[in-house]
Write a protein that binds this ligand. Structure first.
Ligand code: TXA
Ligand code: MG
Length: 316
C-alpha cells in the first residue's frame, strides 16, 4: 500500500478518531480484537478490500469476516434465524463469527464475500475494536493482520514485523487476550461448526441445546478456505485468451476491446476490486462462454488467477 512506515496510534480518543478517518478514506488500519489483531478496511469499498489482499500477499480470495458494533448493526447485512439469534444473544460481543445469508440490499463489497450469497459477521469484545467500530460507523472487513501463511498477530510488534510499509496504521491495544481466532459457525440451515476457535464448541452446543454439525460431517455445506470454489459463473471459462472466439464474451484486462474489462489500465488492484462484480455481471448477461485476457501472475494477479483457474476448472 504505502512505502512509508505505518502510523502507530494510541488507543485514546484522538488515535481512534484518526483510525476511523483512515478507514473512511479507504485506507487500511490494523486494530486489536480480543482474539487477534485484525487488518481492517471499509467492507463496502472494493478498492480498500482489494488492498487487504495486496497487503497480506494472499494468493487466493478467501471471504473475510465483517466486524460490527452490535447485533442490530449486523441485521442490516444478513438474515438471523432463531439459532443465530440465540448464539448472538449469548456470545456477542465475543469470539464467535456467524456465517449467515447475505441480504440483497447489504451493499457490501463482493470481494468481502468472495461473491458468495452468505457473509461472516462478528461483534468483537475488545474495547478498542468497539470504539473504532462506533467511531467509523460502518462495517469493517478484517482478516487477521499477518502476511499470508504466517501466524496470526497478537501484539502490535507482530503486526509491525509483518505489515510495516504495507498498511496505513495500527492502533495499539496491548496483547490480545484470547490469542486464537474466533469460532466460526454457519447458521445457513442446520448450525455447523466451520472453524474451532476462541469459544469452545461445547458452549455453543449447550446454548443451542443440540450438537453442531462438524466440518467433517457430509451434510456440513462448506468449509472455510474451500468456499471460494463455490462461486463460479455459469458460462464456460477459457483463460489467457488474446481475443474472444465465436460465441465468447471477452473479460478483458488492459487495453483490449472487451465486453467487460477488469482494468482497462492494467491495474491489478482495480482488477481485484472488480473481479467478483464482473463474474456476476457475466451471469446477468447470460454469457455461455467466457474468454479471459491474460493476467500477470504477480501481486494481486496471483489471487485473481487462482480464482479464475477455479472458475475454468471442469465442473462436477
Ligand atoms: O478472530 C477472528 O476471527 C479474526 C479477527 C480479526 O476477527 N479474523 C480472522 O479472519 O480470523 P480470517 O480472514 O483470518 O478468517 C476468516 C475465516 C476464513 O476461514 C474464511 O474462509 C471464513 O472466515 N469465512 C468468511 N466468510 C465466510 C462465508 N461466507 N462462509 C464460510 N466461511 C467464511
Ligand atoms: Mg487468518
Amino acid at each position: 500500500m504505502s512505502e512509508d512506515h505505518l502510523l502507530r496510534l494510541e488507543p485514546d480518543t484522538d488515535g481512534i478518531a484518526a483510525a476511523a478517518a483512515i478507514l473512511a478514506s479507504g485506507g487500511l488500519v490494523s486494530f486489536p480484537t480480543e482474539t487477534v489483531y485484525g487488518l481492517g478496511a471499509d467492507a463496502r469499498d472494493d478498492t480498500a478490500v482489494a488492498g487487504i489482499y495486496a497487503a497480506k500477499g494472499r494468493p487466493s480470495f478467501n471471504p473475510l469476516i465483517v466486524h460490527l458494533p452490535s447485533l442490530e448493526a449486523a441485521e442490516k447485512y444478513c438474515e438471523f434465524d432463531p439459532s443465530a439469534l440465540q448464539l448472538a444473544g449469548a456470545f456477542w460481543p465475543g469470539a464467535l463469527t456467524l456465517v449467515l445469508p447475505l441480504r440483497a440490499d447489504a451493499g457490501l463489497s463482493k470481494l468481502v464475500t468472495a461473491g458468495l450469497d452468505t457473509v461472516a459477521v462478528r461483534v468483537p469484545d475488545h474495547p478498542v475494536a468497539r470504539e473504532l467500530l462506533a467511531a467509523f460507523g460502518g462495517p469493517v472487513a478484517a482478516p487477521s493482520a499477518n502476511l499470508s501463511g504466517r501466524v496470526s498477530p497478537t501484539t502490535v510488534a507482530h503486526v509491525i514485523a509483518g505489515l510495516d510499509g504495507k498498511i496505513n496504521a495500527v492502533v495499539d491495544g496491548g496483547a490480545c487476550q484470547v490469542g486464537v481466532e474466533s469460532t466460526i459457525v454457519s447458521c445457513v440451515g442446520q448450525p455447523a461448526l466451520l472453524r474451532a476457535g476462541g469459544i469452545p464448541a461445547e458452549a455453543l452446543e449447550a446454548c443451542l441445546g443440540q450438537p453442531l454439525l462438524l466440518p467433517t460431517d457430509p451434510s456440513t455445506p462448506t468449509a472455510p478456505g474451500q468456499l471460494v470454489s463455490h462461486y463460479a459463473p455459469q458460462g464456460k471459462v477459457r483463460l489467457n485468451a488474446t481475443k474472444a472466439g465465436a460465441g465468447e464474451v471477452l473479460l478483458g484486462f488492459g487495453p483490449v476491446d472487451a465486453a467487460l474489462n477488469l482494468s482497462p489500465s492494467g491495474d491489478l488492484v482495480e482488477a481485484a476490486a472488480r473481479l467478483f462484480a464482473c463474474l456476476h455481471q457475466l451471469d446477468a448477461m447470460n454469457a455461455r462462454a467466457i474468454a479471459v485476457s491474460p493476467i500477470p501472475d504477480h501481486g494481486l494477479g496471483r489471487a485473481i488467477n487462482d480464482r479464475l483457474r477455479r472458475a475454468a476448472a471442469p465442473r462436477t
